[in-house]
Structure formats: structure tokens, C-alpha cells
Design a protein around this ligand. Structure first.
Ligand code: COA
Length: 247
């Protein structure tokens, strides 16, 4: 079974994290599969909305740290798909809905800041431990997190790696609703299906009016340069080694 499952039904392209034994940590190949799906969804007139879901108890533990360690040491070869995935996400003109049934870490949180609707389990914990990993925020989250939750809360999440609970995420406008975990996916799917029935061009124009992609892309680029430097830093190497050596 693939680590990313793609399904198309009722006008909705569903992208499912399906690596539960590794808490849905996202590998380079998974970013590639998701970027391909977003690209095909963008040009497929049958697809009117995109839905992210996840198997197991975690939404996603973020970027795979084995991949990060390989990128840090220079052992990684081949194209990195993460940037293509993040760019397609920001460029998406069709609405994106997320069903966050469990905890999310790193990019699993920052991707939510580009979603149009987010349904989350009330007890889910959102954490962004970039600084603990010797990194900097990515995916334009140094802008979008502040926009969504305000500087004080954003800095507690980025600086202290304080978790934001699902119910607080809904209260402060990061998510649309905090629900019992079992209700999250059905609610998100029905919202995506409802969006898929709306007048597509009106929806596209409205989403475009609501987003300043130029500003987001510029910040993502700035962050990306620093992130690439930090990946190779001794601080990051020590953090990855600590995770990989913890057993
Ligand atoms: N990359 C690679 N593997 C990961 C992973 C990640 N980001 N997160 C979890 N895993 C793997 C673990 O190594 C473990 O694999 P194993 O069973 O082969 O040893 C498996 O998933 C289960 O994780 P485990 O740590 O046992 O579960 P837990 O419930 O105790 O803790 C987390 C879950 C997510 C809190 C913890 O795994 C963690 O901190 N992961 C790193 C998160 C992170 O820093 N992501 C990058 C953000 S930029």
C-alpha cells in the first residue's frame, strides 16, 4: 500500500497520508506523489476541491527526520520534491480542506495555514519545533502563523515549541471547528463535497481575491534559503542525530 493514497470521488481529490507506523512522517517520495496529485488536480476540470486526510492516530509527524539527516550530511541524492509540493499548495486555485484527526508537527501544521477549511480533533496537538531542530520556519509560516494566531501565540509555538490544542486552534481562527476525532474526517469530506458543487469560477475568483500569493511565495523563498543553510548546520545535525539515536 502506498504511503500516499490518492482518490477521486464526487469532484474531490483526496490526498491521504498513509504511513501510520511512522506517524505519517513525510518522505521525499511522499512530497513528490502529493505534488504530482496537486498538479493533476489543478488541470482536471472534474476536480473541484482538494481534501487532505490521514490514516492512524497522527495527522503527520512532519518531515521525515531520516531524510533531513541525509540532506544535512550531504548523503541525499536526487531532486527534493518538498519545494514543488509547497509551491503547488500556495498556487492552488481550487479550495483545500484538511481533516486533522490527530497530532500534527512541522509541515503538518504549516500546510494547514494555506488550507481554506480545517477541521480538527479537539485534543489534537499542533507543534512547530523548527528551532529545537536547529531550523527556521518554512512554507511562509513566519507570516501565516502570525496572521492566523497573532504574534504572541505564534512566538510561543515557534520559540518555545508550545503545542496548540485543537480546541484552541478553532477558538483562535486557525481551524473552522474542533470536533471529536471520529467526526473530523466525515465533516471535512462533506465540506469538500459541498465546495465541489459550488459555481467553480466564482469559487476560484474568490479564493484568488482572498490570498496574496506573491507575498507568500516571496516569504517562502526567503525562509527556504535560510532553511537550506540551517539544514547543514551543526545545530541541526545534532538534533537529527539525537532523534535517530534515541533508542
Ligand atoms: N521522521 C521519521 N520517523 C519518524 C518521525 C519523523 N518525523 N516521527 C516519528 N517517526 C517514527 C519513529 O522513529 C518511530 O519509528 P520506529 O517505530 O521504527 O522506531 C515511529 O515513527 C513511531 O514514533 P514514536 O516516536 O515511537 O511515537 P511517539 O508517539 O512516542 O512520538 C512524535 C511521536 C511525533 C512526538 C515523535 O516521534 C517525534 O517527535 N517525531 C519527530 C517529529 C519532528 O520533529 N518532525 C519534524 C518537524 S520539522
Amino acid at each position: 500500500m502506498s504511503d500516499i493514497q490518492i482518490e477521486r470521488a464526487d469532484g474531490v481529490l483526496e490526498i491521504r497520508f498513509n504511513r501510520p507506523a511512522k506517524k505519517n512522517a513525510i518522505t521525499n517520495a511522499m512530497y513528490g506523489a502529493m505534488a504530482d496529485a496537486l498538479e493533476s488536480g489543478a488541470t482536471d476540470a472534474q476536480i473541484r476541491a482538494i481534501l487532505f486526510t490521514a490514516a492512524g492516530d497522527f495527522f503527520t509527524a512532519g518531515n521525515d527526520l531520516v531524510d533531513f539527516a541525509a540532506q544535512s550530511s550531504g548523503a541525499f541524492e536526487g531532486p527534493r520534491h518538498v519545494s514543488r509540493f509547497l509551491q503547488r499548495f500556495i498556487e492552488a486555485e481550487k479550495p483545500i480542506v484538511a481533516a486533522v484527526q490527530g497530532n500534527a508537527v512541522g509541515v503538518g501544521v504549516t500546510m494547514l495555514l494555506h488550507c481554506d477549511l480545517v477541521y480538527i480533533a479537539e485534543n489534537a496537538r499542533l507543534t512547530t519545533p523548527f528551532i529545537d531542530l536547529g531550523l527556521v520556519p518554512e512554507n511562509a509560516s513566519s507570516l501565516t502563523l502570525v496572521d492566523r494566531v497573532g504574534h504572541a501565540r505564534a512566538f510561543a509555538m515557534l520559540g518555545l515549541a508550545e503545542p496548540l490544542l485543537g480546541r484552541d486552534a478553532a477558538a483562535c481562527g486557525l481551524a473552522n471547528a474542533a470536533l471529536a476525532a471520529a467526526e473530523v474526517e466525515p465533516r471535512a469530506r462533506s465540506a469538500a463535497q459541498a465546495l465541489a458543487k459550488k459555481p467553480a469560477e466564482s469559487l476560484r475568483l474568490t479564493k484568488n481575491l482572498m490570498r496574496n500569493r506573491e507575498r507568500l511565495m516571496l516569504r517562502m523563498q526567503e525562509e527556504g534559503e535560510l532553511f537550506a543553510e540551517r539544514l547543514k548546520s551543526p545545530e541541526a545535525a545534532a538534533a537529527f542525530a539525537a532523534f535517530l539515536g534515541r533508542r
